[in-house]
Design a protein around this ligand. Sequence first.
Ligand code: SF4
Ligand code: SF4
Length: 358
Amino acid sequence: MSDIFDKDLLQRCISCGFCLPACPTYALTGDEASSPRGRITLMRALEPGELAADDPALVEQSSFCLGCRACEPVCPAGVRYGALLEQWRDHQWRGRRRPWPARLLMGIVARAWLLGLQGLARRHARTRPAPAGPSLLLGCVERGLYPGVSRAAVRLRPELAAPSRQGCCGALHAHNGDSAAGARLARTLGGRLPGTIVTTAGGCAAHLAEHLGRDRVREFGEYLAEQGHRPAGEVRVAGRRARVALQDSCHGRNALGVHRQPRQLIAAVADYVELPGAADCCGAAGTYALLRPHDSRRVLAPKLAAIEQADVDFVVAVNPGCLRQLRRGLRGSRVRAVHLAELLALAGGNGPYPPGRR
Ligand code: SF4
Ligand code: SF4
């Protein structure tokens, strides 16, 4: 018997199968091994050594899993699948070289000074630290790719401090088989931002909540709702109120239970359109789109079809990985993907019109 998994977590599954319809990889293959129950069966064979860590089925299924945690809210036994997956990947990658895109990203984001340099090139929000007040997490990916999101967030909520030397939350490490670094980075960040940490990235929010406690962390839409934020203005397209859909953040929804707030905020400034499958993973899933681009596109395809079918003007993301995935997928479409903070700033006349076809 080895010591890979928390035994209580691993034994909690009662093999009922309620999670199968919620799982996007099972939906793609119809194969039990690609389902949460099938993967837990593989973990149970790995634990006593019935299967080796490099068994092809184990390697394939731990990598094919999106880590979206859609299997958690539907599980009657309270299986914490996300925690099991982190323990599985930890074991799998111990002493081995990860794929180079993951190694490169993990190396960059673990260095706070390198992240700070991004602020020189991309003009993200930047304020002095406020020792006890709420702070905005700038995020490793978001501050580089979408610096306008933090600027919009601070324009909407000027009380948020956004110091640039804040580092990475460690979610990237935890999801790629280095839980110890993931926990250490989360604790360091918690020390640098000592009050409530508000984040525009659902994945970072869930990881920080796990390590710093739920009371320290607020997803951006959740924070706005708690503050009684009343969005100003309205988003208009071609002389009418815009039609706007939402793509949930998997971790925001499945791990933190945040889904009502962003919908209400959008509905305050536009005509909200619920997409079929809005809660389903878009295929971005952290490094998944880099490591498994083909599968990532397969997961995304029905979502893009649903967006076009719904005839919306905007689709809102609440996580930078989802925003990148949707923008890439919607190239050439008239539908624009924006972050919730950008949409609300645009409604209030405080934000630029997002790029894309009009
Ligand atoms: S729903 Fe929960 S208990 Fe049932 S098979 Fe899935 S993980 Fe196991
Ligand atoms: S995390 Fe997502 S992809 Fe992985 S088993 Fe659960 S539902 Fe399926």
